[in-house]
Design a binder for this molecule. Sequence first.
Ligand code: TGC
Ligand code: FAD
Length: 389
Amino acid sequence: MADLLKDLDFFNLDELLSQEERMARDTVKQFVEREVIPDIERHFANETFPSALIPRMAELGIFGANLHGYGCAGMNNVAYGLIMQELEAADSGLRSFASVQSALAMYAIYAWGSEAQKNRYLPEMAKGRILGCFGLTEPDHGSDPGGMETRARRDGKGWIINGTKRWITNGTIADIAVVWARVDEGITGFIVEKGTSGFSTHDIHGKFSMRASVTSELILEDVRVGPEAHLPEARGLKAPLSCLTQARYGIAWGALGAARTCYNCALDYVKSRKQFSRPLAGYQLVQSKLVRMLTEITKGQLVCLQLGRLKDANRMRPEHVSFAKRNNVNEALGIARMARDMLGANGIVNEYPVIRHMLNLETVNTYEGTYDVQTLILGRDITGENAFD
Ligand code: TGC
Ligand code: FAD
């Protein structure tokens, strides 16, 4: 099979990257090629997460790569995005693992934690020795986290937390859970350590998507935590939503990686597969699909590059991220479906990575704010009318 990880760079965007950015991308690409690809289909088939990769990912500086200090690599946001792209070129579940560790759990502590919390958790999380998850979604509150029912009430100097969080990536393998809960003053966050009495987790099975990723439920029954567990700066829904902005940023880049693998695979396949005595690549309908894929990936790359430059200049708004997440994931899903079709019957077997990416991207289109939720965020921005009210 051809090199399915190879770059797609129709507009010579490589020229717009710094040497450090290219190096970050190429290092992770090499890691993915050598250490992820050989085993990823097996993990997806067996519904297992490739945890043996965690120390290597830490060594490469992937966890909290764009955070500064506290043992983090301090890369710029374009380099971080390129890394997410390469991880998701292998599997959305692997990128998800890195996103949750970095952009959700670590970022929550980085942005809303005390100095003591940052010093205690972030260096160990960067080394992959402490794993985190992020509990926002509940069984009855997904798109509307503001309706959450998890409650924390004061208990002397500490707190008692009750509630259920569902669909939580890394839940059962995490050493700490960042849990969002309602208190008298509004919404705030807590760091709940594994093993705390009353805190239990279990995995959700039967997934047809994200099978190489752990997805769990967190149950909190009279979980008593001390004052040191509370994220002191997290006041209001803005705190968890700010973490989503970080994660959506990585997803916008990541989806392009999955789309690129599907494009490379479809292109390779139609060049060699003959029907009616000619390669499929010679037919106009097939070429039209390839051109559509190339166009959408290239447009997505341009959006991401400028998004990253804006983020590095502190000029990125959450709505910019919604635009990129909504568009890139939806186009990646369309590309994966097209590639699946172009492979005919071979498109449904795991000899090729396309069906796996297609199934994964169904989740990516839903989590971190569905396609329609991102549409309404953008609709609110351009009209001034809030459809969520
Ligand atoms: P709303 O009134 O819009 O906002 C409340 C406050 O938050 C601020 N804000 C943001 N800040 C930073 N980043 C964002 N993206 C922000 N969005 C809003 C806003 O300015 C306001 O601040 P302030 O100072 O005025 O209080 O709140 P709302 O209740 O109307 O919510 C609107 C809505 C629908 C956009 C929001 O609830 C939403 O985004 N819903 C989608 C939920 C979601 O995306 N969940 C994801 C869960 S985590 C996950 O899926 C992980 S997947 C694993 C992986 O990443 O790989
Ligand atoms: P709902 O909110 O019930 O939405 C169902 C449908 O209704 C969607 O099509 C939606 O677009 C539509 N809809 C909702 N509101 C409106 C509206 N106002 N107008 C029009 N249409 C609307 N969450 C976490 O907190 N942490 C995690 O680590 C995490 N990881 C996940 C991993 C996986 C594999 C999956 C599948 C989910 C994960 N999630 C996580 C949860 C994810 O963020 C939610 O599934 C997502 O936000 C959507 O919520 P929901 O599933 O409850 O769907």
